[in-house]
Each structure stands twice: as C-alpha cells, then as structure tokens.
Design a protein around this ligand. Sequence first.
Ligand code: SF4
Length: 230
Amino acid sequence: MGIRSKLSIQQVLSEIRSMVYGSGDERATALADLKKTEGGDPFKVLIGTILSQRTRDENTTRATESLFSRFSSPEELANANPATVRRLIRPSGFYNMKTRSIIRVSKQLLAEFGGKVPDNMEDLLKLHAVGRKTANCVLVYAYNTPAIPVDTHVHRISNRLGLASTKTPEETEKVLTKTVPRRYWLDLNDLFVRFGQTKCKPIGPRCGSCTLSRSCPYFRNVVSPKTKGS
Ligand code: SF4
C-alpha cells in the first residue's frame, strides 16, 4: 500500500465522518444520547459528564438513567441521601468519589450560581470536579457553543493522525483550536469518540479497514512495521 501525502484537516474529518456514518452502527455516544433524550439540559449534561469520567459509555448511560429518574435538578441532588446516589450511579464506577462530586457541585450551583449551570468557560472552571474537558462538554452538548472537548479518544486519534504532537489533552486542545476551522468544533468530539470506539481503538486499531491508513503516521510507523515483522 503506497503512502499518501498529508491530508488537510477537512479531508481527515470527511474520511472519519464517512467511516463513522457509513458503518451502520447507529449507537450514539453517552453525551450525544443525553443531549437527545434530555434536550441538552445543562445540569444533566454536567452531571453526565462527571459520571462519564474513567468509564465506558454504556455504563454512563445506565448510571444517568437511574440517577435522573430520582434526582433531576440541583435542588434534588444537593439534598439527596448519598447512599441512595451511590447505589444509583454504581454502574459508572468510582461511585464513592463521584457521589461526593455530584452532590458537592449541586450545592455549589445553588450557593454560587442561582442553581444554573454557567454557560462560559471561566465560571464553569470554578465548579468542583470540572476541568477543561468537562467544561467544554457542557459548552458543546448543553449550550451548542463551539468548543473542542479533548478526552482520551480525541487526544489519541489526533496524535496518531499527526494532527497534534502532544503529551496532554490540554495541549491537544490548544493545537486543535488553532488548526481546526470553528465550523467543525461542535461535531468533532462526538465524531472522534465514535471513531475511537469502533475503529481507531486504543488497543488493536482496525487499520486494515481504515481509509486513512495511507496517510496515517501511526499506521506507517507503528502498526505496519509490526505486521511486516510478524
Ligand atoms: S490507520 Fe489505524 S491508527 Fe491510523 S487513524 Fe486509521 S485506525 Fe487509527
């Protein structure tokens, strides 16, 4: 297979979009699902994003469905019995820590923000358990504000494809916000997460059926030499 010259960011996104939407896999990511089912309720997106940390999407969805069937506002969650919350969010893992976080952030929203989730980065970063990725998720999935949430999928795929050469998700966000035209920002996280779950997996990426392999440095430098050597 020959090497193709470097593709533009538009071409890369277009190829990923074709692979994701052409795969026939209709599964939505946990946050896109939450946006759809809960109408992008900022509080639910915020809590869902905290619950999504360090777990798989299906576990996040199970936890949010259980939790929001009982507690669906900052008032309700701030006054909830922690043992009940722990039981409801158990599928998401790290449930002791996450219970403390979501109750604390609910109390903080009531005390400092009139029970409303902020719609800007500066105030979002003042919230307990909220870093740049979570804040960007709230902007994109709740407020439709262009931003690039960089999770492990976005970070890994960007580096594999040579869109970034970075050590941390924060650095990747800085690079992508400079190089990716703003009109693509709203979709990028969902697109990359789906691509990362189905094809460009953390371990054992399915490069053989990836239309980007001829221009992918990771395929060229890491996957292909291994295959030849085996
Ligand atoms: S060729 Fe492999 S490593 Fe590169 S983007 Fe495609 S699946 Fe990922």
